[in-house]
Design a protein around this ligand. Structure first.
Ligand code: M6R
Length: 601
């Protein structure tokens, strides 16, 4: 999604810093980029459709300037072209913006009556006109910002330059992340810490409905009433991604491989001293119910946790898509814990759902990868994944780490509720201690995944099926395939096939089944026979050595307890999706239309 970077310095070499920031933001997904800066007291704007490289080609990075703002745009209002790309300039104001101004049509109409005309289709240009209108009517920048904040509805992180002030960048924020970094003779502003890590790891957080004036040697913060406020400096501990992709063709493949370390790294402090360390996880016994709220892959991790909570701890658990949760009638109860799962910690819908939970004074727990992200800061308690930065848009190592942490949470809960015995828990912990070995084992069968990918890559539709836990694993496998290979794919509870979807099965349609639950595997196998009889090509992922069938292509995974099944079984599905997409030549790490961090709803 959109990314922002701004810089103001006492030294005259800002453009390479802004370009570094834009390159660091590329992983988020975008379709155009732009920059604006003061040159001899005049504002210059340069924009390009497509990659940051296209923008760089248009820029003379040697040009001397001490102040500038830059943006990568993921199109929301209006197609991806240079007219809609940011920065936008409206008379005195030149701005970049993340988020959505929800009342922009109403504002546009009002501003048109005041004589403003618009070149682009964006809500950002309307925001710029609103700022300009207030600036022209008040001649006072604080009044301008205060009036803007009380009028604009929606979310925004805005940087703007004022045409008669070549020393300041103005920063406004509501519900879209924004930080201000402290460099050497340099202050930086960004929507994402990654954009500035090359220059600094110390920063201030801009809060909701706050604004700031940033100069090379001075940063001043204000609340929405225009009163000056003070802030603490924060330090970001994690290193930037210095290693890059290494010898890997794509980040996604690197991140899939990394799972042999990242799962264990995430859970080791909860397993290395046996049950004692497990009990360092939060005690959930006071809750009657667990709600899980998340989006996409993180939601799929939530479904695995739901299965385990219900199956092993007799605790009712609901999983909600954050985009639904935020608008539905929720029955908030003090006896409920709400768990928010998010790799980025910035997903707009998940964040909005968290605000709802906080507004109702309910307990919350976050399972988050990015430290100090908005969701991590908003929850009562946070458990961090230790996977390092996930760059590929398709989430892989975050998913397995999320599942592992959640599984341990279930395990500790079951033990505390005396529904799992000490021996049972110790056996499962022993498995978790071996998780890297299991993962290495499944990573080895690459030839098999590649040959399956070769067959699937010829098709335009695929179906994933499973029952219980296997259905939830299938959902993740299906999402991986469709988002990077652009093959249409659906996951179904195996028993649902004949209630409609089986009509789509024809000769050669790939049907990929997961069957890792001995109690119900035979049912899934029967469903596979049904699609086989209708011409489907059948692939079966199983840990059940008793299943043999020459008509199926069988992928065997090691047998584990239910607590590890999703972690182990998803890896072949990730690799099948990866190799399929690679054969189809897609942009695997940055699939079209997708963004790593979905910061608008
Ligand atoms: O950062 P989050 O975990 O909150 O992101 C949620 C989804 O946007 C994300 O999992 C998305 O579905 C991925 N592209 C899936 O690979």
């Amino acid at each position: 999604m959109c990314g922002i970077v701004g810089a103001v310095s006492t030294k005259e070499k800002i453009l390479p810093i802004l370009l570094d920031g834009l390159y660091a933001l590329e992983y988020r997904g975008y379709d155009s980029a732009g920059v604006s800066y003061f040159k001899d007291k005049k504002i210059k704007i340069i924009k390009a459709k497509g990659k940051v490289k296209h923008l760089e080609d248009k820029i003379n990075s040697e040009e001397k300037t001490t102040i500038g703002i830059a943006h990568t745009r993921w199109a929301t209002h209006g197609e991806a072209n240079t007219v809609n790309a940011h920065p936008h300039q409206v008379k005195h104001i030149t701005l970049v913006h993340n988020g959505i101004i929800e009342n922009f049509l109403e504002l546009k109409e009002m501003l048109e009556k005041e004589g403003y005309t618009f070149k682009s289709k964006t809500d950002t240009e309307v925001a710029g006109a609103l700022l300009d209108y207030y600036y022209q009517t008040t001649k006072d920048i604080d009044e301008t910002i205060k009036k803007f904040m009380s009028k604009a509805v929606g979310s925004y992180a805005i940087l703007f330059l004022l045409d008669n002030d070549d020393t300041s960048i103005y920063v406004l924020k509501k519900e879209s992340p924004m930080i201000i970094g402290l460099g050497q003779h340099l202050n930086l502003i960004a929507s994402d810490i990654q954009a500035i890590l090359k220059y600094t790891n110390t920063y201030y957080l801009v809060g909701d409905l706050e604004y700031a004036k940033v100069k090379a040697n001075e940063i001043t913060f204000y609340n929405k009433d225009g009163n000056e406020i003070t802030k603490d400096v924060k330090t970001y501990q994690e290193q930037g991604d210095e290693l890059g992709k290494g010898s890997y063709k794509h980040y996604m493949l690197k991140e899939i491989e990394e799972q042999k370390d990242t799962v264990y790294k995430t859970i080791k402090k909860y397993i290395n001293k046996g049950i004692n360390s497990l009990l360092e996880l939060p005690d959930l016994t006071k809750y009657k119910e667990i709600n899980i709220v998340a989006c996409g892959t993180a939601m799929h991790a939530g479904l695995i946790a739901k299965y385990l909570f219900q199956e092993f701890t007799n605790t009712r658990c609901h999983v909600y898509l954050a985009s639904e949760y935020r608008y539905q009638n929720n029955f908030f109860s003090k006896n409920t814990l709400t768990i928010f799962i998010s790799q980025s910690g910035e997903t707009a819908d998940t964040l909005a759902a968290l605000k709802l939970v906080n507004a109702n004074n309910l307990d919350s727990l976050g399972i988050i990868n990015v430290k100090e992200s908005s969701i991590a800061r908003g929850v009562q308690k946070v458990l961090y994944l230790e996977t390092g930065k996930e760059i590929a848009v398709a989430s892989t190592k975050a998913y397995t780490a999320q599942v592992a942490l959640l599984s341990l949470l279930v395990l500790s809960h079951g033990y505390r509720k005396k529904l799992l015995s000490k021996e049972e828990v110790e056996d499962i912990l022993a498995e978790f201690n071996n998780v890297s070995t299991y993962i290495k084992q499944v990573l080895l069968a690459k030839d098999k995944y590649q040959s399956i990918a070769k067959e699937i890559s010829q098709e335009e539709n695929a179906f994933y099926i499973g029952r219980g836990l296997d259905y939830y694993i299938s959902m993740e496998g299906s999402l991986k395939l469709k988002e990077i290979s652009y093959i249409h794919s659906e996951a179904l509870a195996a028993g649902e096939l004949k209630h409609g979807t089986i009509s789509l099965i024809r000769k050669g349609t790939p049907v990929i089944a997961c069957a890792t639950d001995k109690k119900i595997n035979s049912k899934t196998v029967s469903n596979l026979e049904e699609v086989l009889a209708r011409g489907a090509k059948v692939y079966l992922l199983t840990d059940d050595i008793t299943i043999t069938n020459d008509s199926f292509t069988i992928v065997r995974v090691p047998f584990t307890s239910s607590f590890l099944k999703a972690i182990i079984a998803v890896i072949p599905l990730q690799l099948i999706a990866y190799y399929t997409a690679d054969l189809r030549g897609t942009d695997i790490d940055k699939p079209k239309n997708l963004a790593k961090s979905v910061t608008v709803e």
